[in-house]
Design a protein around this ligand. Structure first.
Ligand code: B12
Length: 510
Protein backbone atom coordinates (compact mmCIF):
# COMPACT_ATOMS: atom_id res chain seq x y z
CA UNK A 1 0.00 0.00 0.00
CA UNK A 2 1.17 3.55 -0.77
CA UNK A 3 2.64 5.50 2.10
CA UNK A 4 0.47 8.64 2.19
CA UNK A 5 2.82 10.43 4.60
CA UNK A 6 5.49 10.85 1.98
CA UNK A 7 6.26 14.33 0.69
CA UNK A 8 4.39 14.55 -2.60
CA UNK A 9 6.00 16.13 -5.64
CA UNK A 10 4.47 16.61 -9.07
CA UNK A 11 6.94 17.15 -11.93
CA UNK A 12 5.31 18.66 -15.00
CA UNK A 13 6.50 18.78 -18.60
CA UNK A 14 4.29 20.63 -21.08
CA UNK A 15 4.46 21.02 -24.83
CA UNK A 16 2.16 23.14 -26.92
CA UNK A 17 1.40 20.54 -29.54
CA UNK A 18 2.65 17.35 -31.10
CA UNK A 19 4.39 18.20 -34.35
CA UNK A 20 4.72 15.84 -37.26
CA UNK A 21 8.48 15.42 -37.47
CA UNK A 22 10.18 14.99 -34.10
CA UNK A 23 6.80 14.94 -32.40
CA UNK A 24 7.46 15.14 -28.71
CA UNK A 25 7.12 12.06 -26.56
CA UNK A 26 8.10 12.31 -22.92
CA UNK A 27 10.46 14.58 -21.04
CA UNK A 28 13.83 13.01 -20.34
CA UNK A 29 14.57 15.90 -17.96
CA UNK A 30 11.87 15.02 -15.43
CA UNK A 31 12.57 11.29 -15.88
CA UNK A 32 16.19 11.96 -14.83
CA UNK A 33 15.14 14.11 -11.86
CA UNK A 34 12.67 11.59 -10.46
CA UNK A 35 14.96 8.58 -10.87
CA UNK A 36 17.90 10.35 -9.20
CA UNK A 37 15.79 11.71 -6.32
CA UNK A 38 14.35 8.27 -5.63
CA UNK A 39 17.83 6.77 -5.59
CA UNK A 40 19.18 9.41 -3.19
CA UNK A 41 16.15 9.79 -0.89
CA UNK A 42 14.60 6.32 -0.86
CA UNK A 43 11.12 6.26 0.67
CA UNK A 44 11.09 9.97 1.47
CA UNK A 45 9.17 11.44 -1.43
CA UNK A 46 6.32 10.31 -3.66
CA UNK A 47 7.18 11.85 -7.05
CA UNK A 48 4.72 11.76 -9.94
CA UNK A 49 5.76 12.72 -13.48
CA UNK A 50 3.28 14.01 -16.08
CA UNK A 51 3.62 15.18 -19.69
CA UNK A 52 0.87 17.45 -20.99
CA UNK A 53 0.33 18.30 -24.64
CA UNK A 54 -1.65 21.25 -25.99
CA UNK A 55 -4.31 22.93 -23.85
CA UNK A 56 -3.81 21.32 -20.47
CA UNK A 57 -5.23 23.59 -17.76
CA UNK A 58 -8.12 21.31 -16.85
CA UNK A 59 -6.04 18.14 -16.93
CA UNK A 60 -3.48 19.93 -14.76
CA UNK A 61 -6.16 20.96 -12.21
CA UNK A 62 -7.50 17.40 -12.08
CA UNK A 63 -4.01 15.95 -11.59
CA UNK A 64 -3.22 18.37 -8.77
CA UNK A 65 -6.58 17.68 -7.09
CA UNK A 66 -6.27 13.91 -7.27
CA UNK A 67 -2.55 13.64 -6.42
CA UNK A 68 -2.39 16.43 -3.85
CA UNK A 69 1.27 17.51 -4.18
CA UNK A 70 3.05 19.77 -1.72
CA UNK A 71 5.54 20.82 -4.40
CA UNK A 72 5.05 21.21 -8.17
CA UNK A 73 8.12 21.41 -10.41
CA UNK A 74 7.80 22.81 -13.92
CA UNK A 75 10.27 22.00 -16.66
CA UNK A 76 10.74 25.26 -18.59
CA UNK A 77 11.83 25.59 -22.23
CA UNK A 78 11.19 28.45 -24.57
CA UNK A 79 8.32 26.55 -26.17
CA UNK A 80 6.31 26.26 -22.94
CA UNK A 81 6.95 29.29 -20.76
CA UNK A 82 3.59 30.84 -21.70
CA UNK A 83 1.86 27.67 -20.52
CA UNK A 84 4.02 27.46 -17.39
CA UNK A 85 3.13 31.04 -16.45
CA UNK A 86 -0.58 30.16 -16.75
CA UNK A 87 -0.19 26.99 -14.67
CA UNK A 88 1.76 28.88 -11.97
CA UNK A 89 -1.19 31.31 -11.81
CA UNK A 90 -3.59 28.40 -11.31
CA UNK A 91 -1.46 27.01 -8.48
CA UNK A 92 -1.31 30.36 -6.74
CA UNK A 93 -5.06 30.99 -7.02
CA UNK A 94 -6.54 27.55 -6.63
CA UNK A 95 -3.93 25.59 -4.65
CA UNK A 96 -2.43 28.27 -2.40
CA UNK A 97 -0.52 25.96 -0.03
CA UNK A 98 1.45 24.27 -2.82
CA UNK A 99 5.05 25.36 -3.46
CA UNK A 100 6.32 25.98 -7.00
CA UNK A 101 9.74 25.00 -8.35
CA UNK A 102 11.06 26.06 -11.76
CA UNK A 103 13.93 24.46 -13.71
CA UNK A 104 15.18 23.85 -17.27
CA UNK A 105 16.95 26.03 -19.87
CA UNK A 106 14.42 28.86 -19.84
CA UNK A 107 14.38 29.10 -16.04
CA UNK A 108 18.18 28.98 -16.12
CA UNK A 109 18.41 31.85 -18.60
CA UNK A 110 15.82 34.08 -16.92
CA UNK A 111 16.68 33.28 -13.29
CA UNK A 112 15.23 35.49 -10.53
CA UNK A 113 13.19 37.60 -12.99
CA UNK A 114 11.19 34.51 -13.92
CA UNK A 115 10.97 33.36 -10.30
CA UNK A 116 9.45 36.70 -9.31
CA UNK A 117 7.18 37.09 -12.36
CA UNK A 118 5.58 33.73 -11.67
CA UNK A 119 5.53 34.25 -7.90
CA UNK A 120 7.30 30.92 -7.50
CA UNK A 121 9.17 29.60 -4.46
CA UNK A 122 12.28 27.98 -5.90
CA UNK A 123 14.29 28.07 -9.11
CA UNK A 124 17.08 25.66 -9.99
CA UNK A 125 19.61 26.58 -12.67
CA UNK A 126 21.40 24.21 -15.05
CA UNK A 127 21.50 20.46 -14.51
CA UNK A 128 18.92 19.87 -11.82
CA UNK A 129 19.69 16.53 -10.16
CA UNK A 130 21.96 17.62 -7.30
CA UNK A 131 20.06 20.78 -6.32
CA UNK A 132 16.68 19.04 -6.63
CA UNK A 133 17.70 16.28 -4.21
CA UNK A 134 19.14 18.79 -1.72
CA UNK A 135 15.97 20.88 -1.94
CA UNK A 136 13.76 17.83 -1.39
CA UNK A 137 15.94 16.72 1.46
CA UNK A 138 15.46 20.09 3.21
CA UNK A 139 11.72 20.21 2.51
CA UNK A 140 11.09 16.67 3.75
CA UNK A 141 12.98 17.54 6.95
CA UNK A 142 11.03 20.81 7.23
CA UNK A 143 14.25 22.81 7.04
CA UNK A 144 14.64 26.08 5.15
CA UNK A 145 16.59 25.18 1.98
CA UNK A 146 19.75 27.22 2.37
CA UNK A 147 23.22 27.18 0.84
CA UNK A 148 22.20 24.83 -1.94
CA UNK A 149 24.32 25.24 -5.07
CA UNK A 150 22.15 26.06 -8.09
CA UNK A 151 19.08 27.04 -6.05
CA UNK A 152 17.62 30.56 -6.19
CA UNK A 153 15.04 31.70 -3.64
CA UNK A 154 12.80 34.79 -3.95
CA UNK A 155 14.98 36.61 -1.39
CA UNK A 156 18.33 35.56 -2.90
CA UNK A 157 20.64 38.49 -3.56
CA UNK A 158 20.67 39.59 -7.21
CA UNK A 159 24.42 39.04 -7.47
CA UNK A 160 24.12 35.49 -6.11
CA UNK A 161 21.25 34.72 -8.50
CA UNK A 162 23.29 35.89 -11.47
CA UNK A 163 26.36 33.85 -10.63
CA UNK A 164 24.70 30.82 -9.15
CA UNK A 165 25.52 27.45 -10.76
CA UNK A 166 24.46 23.90 -10.08
CA UNK A 167 26.89 21.16 -9.17
CA UNK A 168 27.66 18.88 -12.11
CA UNK A 169 27.59 15.24 -11.05
CA UNK A 170 29.38 12.30 -12.65
CA UNK A 171 26.84 10.65 -14.97
CA UNK A 172 27.52 7.24 -13.37
CA UNK A 173 25.52 8.59 -10.43
CA UNK A 174 22.36 8.79 -12.55
CA UNK A 175 20.16 5.70 -12.46
CA UNK A 176 18.47 4.19 -15.51
CA UNK A 177 15.64 6.65 -16.29
CA UNK A 178 13.36 4.60 -18.56
CA UNK A 179 10.47 3.23 -16.55
CA UNK A 180 6.78 3.94 -17.10
CA UNK A 181 6.67 5.95 -13.84
CA UNK A 182 9.73 8.04 -14.69
CA UNK A 183 8.64 8.67 -18.26
CA UNK A 184 5.12 9.53 -17.11
CA UNK A 185 3.69 7.45 -19.94
CA UNK A 186 3.66 3.96 -21.43
CA UNK A 187 6.20 3.49 -24.23
CA UNK A 188 4.73 2.68 -27.64
CA UNK A 189 6.05 1.66 -31.07
CA UNK A 190 7.41 4.38 -33.38
CA UNK A 191 7.44 6.99 -30.63
CA UNK A 192 9.86 9.92 -30.35
CA UNK A 193 12.44 8.74 -27.85
CA UNK A 194 15.00 11.12 -26.28
CA UNK A 195 18.24 9.48 -25.11
CA UNK A 196 21.53 10.95 -23.94
CA UNK A 197 24.94 9.31 -24.18
CA UNK A 198 26.78 12.25 -22.60
CA UNK A 199 26.29 15.50 -20.66
CA UNK A 200 27.94 18.85 -21.33
CA UNK A 201 29.41 20.44 -24.41
CA UNK A 202 33.01 21.14 -25.42
CA UNK A 203 31.99 24.22 -27.41
CA UNK A 204 31.46 27.67 -26.02
CA UNK A 205 28.92 29.14 -28.43
CA UNK A 206 27.87 32.65 -27.41
CA UNK A 207 24.19 32.12 -28.39
CA UNK A 208 23.64 28.99 -26.28
CA UNK A 209 21.96 28.89 -22.87
CA UNK A 210 24.39 26.35 -21.46
CA UNK A 211 27.58 28.22 -22.26
CA UNK A 212 27.92 29.94 -18.90
CA UNK A 213 27.27 26.93 -16.74
CA UNK A 214 30.57 25.15 -16.81
CA UNK A 215 28.98 22.44 -18.91
CA UNK A 216 32.15 22.34 -20.93
CA UNK A 217 33.01 19.54 -18.54
CA UNK A 218 31.90 16.76 -20.83
CA UNK A 219 30.86 13.56 -19.07
CA UNK A 220 30.12 10.29 -20.85
CA UNK A 221 27.75 7.49 -19.90
CA UNK A 222 29.41 4.07 -20.01
CA UNK A 223 29.09 1.88 -23.10
CA UNK A 224 27.19 -0.63 -20.94
CA UNK A 225 24.64 1.98 -19.97
CA UNK A 226 24.09 2.99 -23.59
CA UNK A 227 23.66 -0.66 -24.54
CA UNK A 228 21.15 -1.03 -21.71
CA UNK A 229 19.20 2.05 -22.92
CA UNK A 230 19.08 0.75 -26.48
CA UNK A 231 18.03 -2.76 -25.40
CA UNK A 232 15.16 -1.24 -23.45
CA UNK A 233 13.96 0.88 -26.37
CA UNK A 234 14.20 -2.02 -28.81
CA UNK A 235 12.09 -4.14 -26.51
CA UNK A 236 9.56 -1.56 -25.31
CA UNK A 237 9.31 1.06 -28.06
CA UNK A 238 10.09 -0.79 -31.28
CA UNK A 239 10.95 1.23 -34.39
CA UNK A 240 10.90 4.49 -32.46
CA UNK A 241 12.88 7.57 -33.52
CA UNK A 242 15.73 7.85 -31.06
CA UNK A 243 16.71 11.49 -30.68
CA UNK A 244 20.21 11.53 -29.28
CA UNK A 245 20.22 14.55 -26.94
CA UNK A 246 24.00 15.05 -26.95
CA UNK A 247 25.81 18.26 -27.83
CA UNK A 248 27.94 16.19 -30.24
CA UNK A 249 28.02 12.39 -30.01
CA UNK A 250 31.01 12.38 -32.38
CA UNK A 251 33.23 14.96 -30.69
CA UNK A 252 35.06 12.01 -29.12
CA UNK A 253 35.88 10.03 -32.25
CA UNK A 254 37.29 6.93 -30.53
CA UNK A 255 34.21 6.58 -28.38
CA UNK A 256 31.87 7.12 -31.33
CA UNK A 257 33.68 4.36 -33.23
CA UNK A 258 33.37 2.05 -30.23
CA UNK A 259 29.63 2.76 -29.91
CA UNK A 260 28.90 2.32 -33.63
CA UNK A 261 27.95 -1.41 -33.42
CA UNK A 262 25.44 -0.66 -30.63
CA UNK A 263 23.61 1.97 -32.68
CA UNK A 264 23.85 -0.16 -35.80
CA UNK A 265 22.11 -3.04 -34.09
CA UNK A 266 19.16 -0.80 -33.18
CA UNK A 267 19.10 0.75 -36.66
CA UNK A 268 18.99 -2.74 -38.20
CA UNK A 269 16.06 -3.52 -35.88
CA UNK A 270 14.13 -0.64 -37.51
CA UNK A 271 14.91 2.32 -35.23
CA UNK A 272 15.67 5.66 -36.81
CA UNK A 273 18.21 7.95 -35.14
CA UNK A 274 18.75 11.71 -35.09
CA UNK A 275 22.26 12.77 -34.11
CA UNK A 276 23.67 16.27 -33.73
CA UNK A 277 27.24 17.01 -34.74
CA UNK A 278 29.47 19.71 -36.16
CA UNK A 279 31.75 17.43 -38.21
CA UNK A 280 34.97 18.62 -36.55
CA UNK A 281 36.09 15.13 -35.56
CA UNK A 282 34.72 13.27 -38.57
CA UNK A 283 36.99 11.19 -40.75
CA UNK A 284 36.42 8.37 -43.21
CA UNK A 285 36.50 5.65 -40.56
CA UNK A 286 33.68 7.35 -38.68
CA UNK A 287 31.73 7.84 -41.89
CA UNK A 288 32.01 4.17 -42.77
CA UNK A 289 30.92 3.17 -39.27
CA UNK A 290 27.83 5.41 -39.36
CA UNK A 291 26.59 4.83 -42.89
CA UNK A 292 22.98 3.66 -42.60
CA UNK A 293 19.65 4.76 -44.13
CA UNK A 294 18.10 4.96 -40.65
CA UNK A 295 20.54 7.61 -39.44
CA UNK A 296 19.90 11.33 -39.72
CA UNK A 297 22.64 13.83 -38.91
CA UNK A 298 21.93 17.44 -38.04
CA UNK A 299 25.17 19.16 -38.95
CA UNK A 300 25.48 22.49 -37.17
CA UNK A 301 27.46 24.75 -39.50
CA UNK A 302 25.87 27.84 -37.95
CA UNK A 303 27.42 30.76 -39.80
CA UNK A 304 29.63 31.29 -42.83
CA UNK A 305 30.34 35.01 -42.34
CA UNK A 306 33.60 35.33 -40.45
CA UNK A 307 32.33 38.30 -38.43
CA UNK A 308 29.38 36.20 -37.21
CA UNK A 309 31.62 33.26 -36.40
CA UNK A 310 33.68 35.57 -34.22
CA UNK A 311 30.62 36.93 -32.36
CA UNK A 312 29.48 33.34 -31.77
CA UNK A 313 32.95 32.06 -30.76
CA UNK A 314 32.47 29.35 -33.32
CA UNK A 315 35.11 29.61 -36.04
CA UNK A 316 35.80 26.99 -38.68
CA UNK A 317 37.22 26.62 -42.15
CA UNK A 318 34.58 26.42 -44.89
CA UNK A 319 37.01 24.56 -47.10
CA UNK A 320 37.58 21.75 -44.61
CA UNK A 321 33.81 21.54 -44.05
CA UNK A 322 33.24 21.15 -47.79
CA UNK A 323 35.77 18.33 -47.93
CA UNK A 324 34.01 16.51 -45.10
CA UNK A 325 30.57 16.98 -46.64
CA UNK A 326 31.83 15.61 -49.96
CA UNK A 327 33.42 12.62 -48.23
CA UNK A 328 30.16 12.02 -46.35
CA UNK A 329 28.22 11.90 -49.59
CA UNK A 330 30.62 9.31 -50.94
CA UNK A 331 30.94 7.19 -47.84
CA UNK A 332 27.38 7.53 -46.56
CA UNK A 333 25.25 7.74 -49.70
CA UNK A 334 22.03 6.49 -48.07
CA UNK A 335 22.31 8.51 -44.86
CA UNK A 336 20.37 11.75 -44.45
CA UNK A 337 22.47 14.77 -43.48
CA UNK A 338 20.89 18.14 -42.84
CA UNK A 339 23.24 21.07 -43.05
CA UNK A 340 22.00 23.62 -40.53
CA UNK A 341 22.73 27.32 -40.89
CA UNK A 342 21.66 30.17 -38.65
CA UNK A 343 20.60 33.43 -40.23
CA UNK A 344 19.49 36.88 -38.98
CA UNK A 345 22.73 36.84 -37.01
CA UNK A 346 24.89 39.78 -35.96
CA UNK A 347 27.72 40.30 -38.45
CA UNK A 348 25.78 38.98 -41.45
CA UNK A 349 24.28 41.29 -44.06
CA UNK A 350 21.82 40.40 -46.81
CA UNK A 351 24.60 39.69 -49.32
CA UNK A 352 26.32 37.34 -46.81
CA UNK A 353 23.01 35.59 -46.24
CA UNK A 354 22.47 35.08 -50.01
CA UNK A 355 25.98 33.66 -50.25
CA UNK A 356 25.22 31.33 -47.33
CA UNK A 357 21.98 30.10 -48.90
CA UNK A 358 23.67 29.43 -52.23
CA UNK A 359 26.56 27.68 -50.52
CA UNK A 360 24.20 25.51 -48.47
CA UNK A 361 22.33 24.34 -51.58
CA UNK A 362 25.62 23.67 -53.35
CA UNK A 363 26.43 21.28 -50.51
CA UNK A 364 23.11 19.66 -49.71
CA UNK A 365 19.77 18.78 -51.31
CA UNK A 366 17.81 20.14 -48.39
CA UNK A 367 19.67 22.40 -45.99
CA UNK A 368 17.91 23.78 -42.92
CA UNK A 369 17.90 27.44 -41.96
CA UNK A 370 17.30 28.61 -38.40
CA UNK A 371 16.21 32.16 -37.69
CA UNK A 372 18.52 33.12 -34.82
CA UNK A 373 16.86 33.34 -31.42
CA UNK A 374 18.16 35.49 -28.62
CA UNK A 375 18.12 33.22 -25.58
CA UNK A 376 18.13 34.71 -22.08
CA UNK A 377 21.30 34.16 -20.12
CA UNK A 378 23.61 33.96 -23.14
CA UNK A 379 26.63 36.17 -23.90
CA UNK A 380 24.91 37.41 -27.09
CA UNK A 381 21.83 38.39 -25.05
CA UNK A 382 23.99 40.34 -22.63
CA UNK A 383 25.77 42.13 -25.48
CA UNK A 384 22.61 42.73 -27.50
CA UNK A 385 22.75 46.53 -27.17
CA UNK A 386 26.40 46.67 -28.09
CA UNK A 387 25.73 44.44 -31.09
CA UNK A 388 22.66 46.57 -31.98
CA UNK A 389 20.39 43.55 -31.90
CA UNK A 390 16.65 44.08 -31.61
CA UNK A 391 14.69 40.93 -30.88
CA UNK A 392 11.16 39.89 -30.13
CA UNK A 393 10.88 39.73 -26.32
CA UNK A 394 8.41 36.85 -26.65
CA UNK A 395 9.43 33.27 -27.48
CA UNK A 396 10.76 32.15 -29.89
CA UNK A 397 12.78 35.40 -29.42
CA UNK A 398 13.56 35.91 -33.10
CA UNK A 399 16.14 38.59 -33.86
CA UNK A 400 14.25 41.36 -35.68
CA UNK A 401 17.12 43.60 -36.78
CA UNK A 402 20.88 43.93 -36.36
CA UNK A 403 23.52 46.54 -37.20
CA UNK A 404 23.92 44.71 -40.50
CA UNK A 405 20.31 44.00 -41.45
CA UNK A 406 17.17 46.13 -41.16
CA UNK A 407 13.82 44.71 -40.15
CA UNK A 408 12.68 44.66 -43.79
CA UNK A 409 15.80 42.75 -44.83
CA UNK A 410 15.32 40.13 -42.12
CA UNK A 411 11.69 39.73 -43.12
CA UNK A 412 12.80 39.11 -46.70
CA UNK A 413 15.31 36.54 -45.41
CA UNK A 414 12.49 34.72 -43.61
CA UNK A 415 10.29 34.79 -46.72
CA UNK A 416 13.23 33.55 -48.75
CA UNK A 417 13.93 30.49 -46.60
CA UNK A 418 10.24 29.66 -46.30
CA UNK A 419 9.58 29.95 -50.06
CA UNK A 420 12.77 28.26 -51.26
CA UNK A 421 12.40 25.35 -48.82
CA UNK A 422 8.76 24.82 -49.78
CA UNK A 423 9.27 24.94 -53.56
CA UNK A 424 12.42 22.85 -53.31
CA UNK A 425 10.53 20.08 -51.47
CA UNK A 426 7.27 20.25 -53.44
CA UNK A 427 6.66 17.15 -55.55
CA UNK A 428 4.97 19.09 -58.37
CA UNK A 429 7.14 22.23 -58.46
CA UNK A 430 10.61 21.07 -57.55
CA UNK A 431 11.67 19.78 -60.99
CA UNK A 432 10.79 23.11 -62.63
CA UNK A 433 12.30 25.13 -59.76
CA UNK A 434 15.59 23.24 -59.84
CA UNK A 435 15.80 23.29 -63.66
CA UNK A 436 15.33 27.09 -63.71
CA UNK A 437 17.92 27.56 -60.99
CA UNK A 438 20.45 25.51 -62.93
CA UNK A 439 19.68 26.99 -66.35
CA UNK A 440 18.68 30.59 -65.68
CA UNK A 441 20.42 31.50 -62.42
CA UNK A 442 23.73 29.64 -62.56
CA UNK A 443 22.74 27.47 -59.58
CA UNK A 444 21.89 30.44 -57.35
CA UNK A 445 18.79 29.88 -55.23
CA UNK A 446 18.92 33.42 -53.90
CA UNK A 447 18.96 34.99 -57.39
CA UNK A 448 16.06 32.76 -58.43
CA UNK A 449 14.10 33.81 -55.35
CA UNK A 450 14.61 37.54 -55.94
CA UNK A 451 13.60 37.21 -59.57
CA UNK A 452 10.39 35.42 -58.60
CA UNK A 453 9.76 37.86 -55.72
CA UNK A 454 10.18 40.94 -57.93
CA UNK A 455 7.84 39.39 -60.53
CA UNK A 456 5.04 38.82 -58.01
CA UNK A 457 2.07 41.17 -57.95
CA UNK A 458 0.84 42.77 -54.73
CA UNK A 459 -1.39 39.80 -53.91
CA UNK A 460 1.42 37.27 -54.37
CA UNK A 461 3.76 39.24 -52.13
CA UNK A 462 1.01 39.64 -49.54
CA UNK A 463 0.43 35.85 -49.45
CA UNK A 464 4.11 35.18 -48.68
CA UNK A 465 4.28 37.99 -46.13
CA UNK A 466 1.17 36.70 -44.40
CA UNK A 467 2.59 33.15 -44.06
CA UNK A 468 5.85 34.65 -42.81
CA UNK A 469 4.14 36.79 -40.15
CA UNK A 470 2.06 33.87 -38.90
CA UNK A 471 5.10 31.61 -38.69
CA UNK A 472 7.09 34.33 -36.94
CA UNK A 473 4.42 34.65 -34.31
CA UNK A 474 3.90 30.94 -33.72
CA UNK A 475 3.22 28.83 -31.79
CA UNK A 476 3.81 26.75 -34.94
CA UNK A 477 6.88 28.75 -35.98
CA UNK A 478 9.33 28.99 -38.84
CA UNK A 479 11.61 26.31 -37.47
CA UNK A 480 8.77 23.80 -37.02
CA UNK A 481 7.55 24.49 -40.54
CA UNK A 482 11.04 24.19 -41.99
CA UNK A 483 11.76 20.92 -40.20
CA UNK A 484 8.45 19.38 -41.27
CA UNK A 485 8.75 20.53 -44.89
CA UNK A 486 12.41 19.49 -45.13
CA UNK A 487 11.51 16.03 -43.88
CA UNK A 488 9.07 15.68 -46.77
CA UNK A 489 5.90 16.22 -44.79
CA UNK A 490 2.93 16.25 -47.28
CA UNK A 491 2.25 19.74 -48.61
CA UNK A 492 -1.47 19.27 -49.08
CA UNK A 493 -4.18 18.50 -46.52
CA UNK A 494 -6.00 19.97 -43.58
CA UNK A 495 -3.35 20.89 -41.08
CA UNK A 496 -1.42 24.03 -40.31
CA UNK A 497 1.81 22.99 -42.05
CA UNK A 498 0.18 21.99 -45.34
CA UNK A 499 -2.10 25.04 -45.35
CA UNK A 500 0.94 27.32 -45.23
CA UNK A 501 2.69 25.22 -47.89
CA UNK A 502 -0.35 25.45 -50.20
CA UNK A 503 -0.36 29.24 -49.85
CA UNK A 504 3.38 29.46 -50.63
CA UNK A 505 3.02 27.14 -53.62
CA UNK A 506 0.03 29.10 -54.96
CA UNK A 507 2.28 32.06 -55.83
CA UNK A 508 4.99 30.07 -57.66
CA UNK A 509 4.98 31.33 -61.27
CA UNK A 510 3.80 28.57 -63.60
C1 B12 B 1 15.75 16.82 -27.20
C2 B12 B 1 15.69 18.28 -27.60
C3 B12 B 1 14.62 18.69 -28.35
C4 B12 B 1 13.47 17.80 -28.71
C5 B12 B 1 12.38 17.90 -27.59
C6 B12 B 1 12.20 16.59 -26.92
C7 B12 B 1 11.41 16.60 -25.65
N1 B12 B 1 10.46 15.72 -25.57
O1 B12 B 1 11.64 17.36 -24.75
C8 B12 B 1 13.01 18.42 -30.06
C9 B12 B 1 13.78 17.79 -31.21
C10 B12 B 1 11.52 18.30 -30.36
C11 B12 B 1 13.51 19.83 -29.88
C12 B12 B 1 13.06 20.88 -30.62
C13 B12 B 1 13.45 22.19 -30.41
N2 B12 B 1 14.38 22.61 -29.57
CO1 B12 B 1 15.38 21.46 -28.49
N3 B12 B 1 16.67 20.44 -27.56
C14 B12 B 1 16.71 19.19 -27.25
C15 B12 B 1 18.06 18.90 -26.57
C16 B12 B 1 19.00 18.40 -27.65
C17 B12 B 1 18.07 17.92 -25.42
C18 B12 B 1 17.07 18.19 -24.30
C19 B12 B 1 17.08 17.06 -23.34
O2 B12 B 1 16.13 16.33 -23.21
N4 B12 B 1 18.23 16.88 -22.66
C20 B12 B 1 18.40 15.89 -21.65
C21 B12 B 1 17.85 16.41 -20.30
C22 B12 B 1 18.18 15.45 -19.20
O3 B12 B 1 18.51 17.65 -20.07
P1 B12 B 1 17.70 19.02 -19.90
O4 B12 B 1 16.56 19.02 -20.82
O5 B12 B 1 18.61 20.14 -19.99
O6 B12 B 1 17.18 18.93 -18.39
C23 B12 B 1 18.05 19.19 -17.29
C24 B12 B 1 18.03 20.66 -16.84
O7 B12 B 1 17.58 21.55 -17.83
C25 B12 B 1 17.16 20.67 -15.62
N5 B12 B 1 15.71 20.70 -15.74
C26 B12 B 1 14.92 20.55 -16.80
N6 B12 B 1 13.62 20.60 -16.44
C27 B12 B 1 13.58 20.80 -15.11
C28 B12 B 1 12.53 20.92 -14.21
C29 B12 B 1 12.80 21.11 -12.87
C30 B12 B 1 11.66 21.21 -11.91
C31 B12 B 1 14.14 21.18 -12.41
C32 B12 B 1 14.44 21.37 -10.98
C33 B12 B 1 15.21 21.08 -13.31
C34 B12 B 1 14.92 20.87 -14.65
O8 B12 B 1 17.47 19.41 -15.05
C35 B12 B 1 17.52 18.42 -16.10
C36 B12 B 1 18.42 17.29 -15.66
O9 B12 B 1 19.73 17.74 -15.42
C37 B12 B 1 18.47 20.33 -26.06
C38 B12 B 1 19.97 20.60 -26.07
C39 B12 B 1 20.65 19.91 -24.92
N7 B12 B 1 21.65 19.11 -25.23
O10 B12 B 1 20.26 20.08 -23.77
C40 B12 B 1 17.75 21.25 -27.04
C41 B12 B 1 17.11 22.51 -26.49
C42 B12 B 1 16.33 22.16 -25.26
N8 B12 B 1 16.18 22.90 -27.61
C43 B12 B 1 16.16 24.12 -27.81
C44 B12 B 1 15.44 24.71 -28.88
C45 B12 B 1 15.62 26.21 -29.09
C46 B12 B 1 14.60 23.95 -29.70
C47 B12 B 1 13.78 24.46 -30.89
C48 B12 B 1 13.05 25.75 -30.66
C49 B12 B 1 14.57 24.48 -32.19
C50 B12 B 1 15.84 25.19 -32.26
N9 B12 B 1 15.88 26.45 -32.62
O11 B12 B 1 16.83 24.56 -32.00
C51 B12 B 1 12.83 23.29 -31.18
C52 B12 B 1 11.38 23.60 -30.85
C53 B12 B 1 10.75 22.70 -29.85
C54 B12 B 1 9.28 22.88 -29.68
N10 B12 B 1 8.63 21.92 -29.06
O12 B12 B 1 8.71 23.84 -30.05
C55 B12 B 1 17.01 24.91 -26.82
C56 B12 B 1 16.12 25.51 -25.72
C57 B12 B 1 16.56 26.88 -25.29
C58 B12 B 1 15.59 27.43 -24.27
N11 B12 B 1 15.98 28.55 -23.69
O13 B12 B 1 14.56 26.90 -23.99
C59 B12 B 1 17.99 23.81 -26.33
C60 B12 B 1 18.55 23.99 -24.93
C61 B12 B 1 19.15 23.79 -27.36
C62 B12 B 1 19.97 25.07 -27.37
N12 B12 B 1 21.06 25.14 -26.67
O14 B12 B 1 19.64 25.99 -28.03
N13 B12 B 1 14.43 19.91 -28.96
Amino acid sequence: MKNTNKFKVLLVSTCLFTRHTYSTGFSLAIACLKSYAEKMLPGRADIKNVNFFGECENDFRETVKSFGPELIGFSCYLWNIGIVRGLCGIVRKEFPGVKILLGGPEATGRRETFLKETDSDFLIVGEGEDSFVKLLSALTEKRRPENIEGLILPDSAAEYALKCRSKLLPVEDFPFPYTVENMGMEPYPEMFFPMETMRGCANHCAYCTWTELGQRSVRYYSDERIAQNLEWVMKNAPRSRIFVCDSDTFANRERALRLAPLFLRAAEAGHTFTFQTNLNSWDEALMEAYSHPNYEFDIGINALALRTQKVYSREFSVESMEKKILAMKQKMPLTTAFIELMYASPGENLADFCKAIDWAFSQSEHPLFFHTQLFHGTPVHRNADKLKIVSNPRPPYYILSTADCSEEMLRIEDIMVIAITTWNMNNVLKADFKKNIAEKYGGSYSKAFFDIWHGLDGRGKAVLMDVCEKLRKGPFCIIHYMIDISHGYPQTGENICSRYAEAVNSVYPR
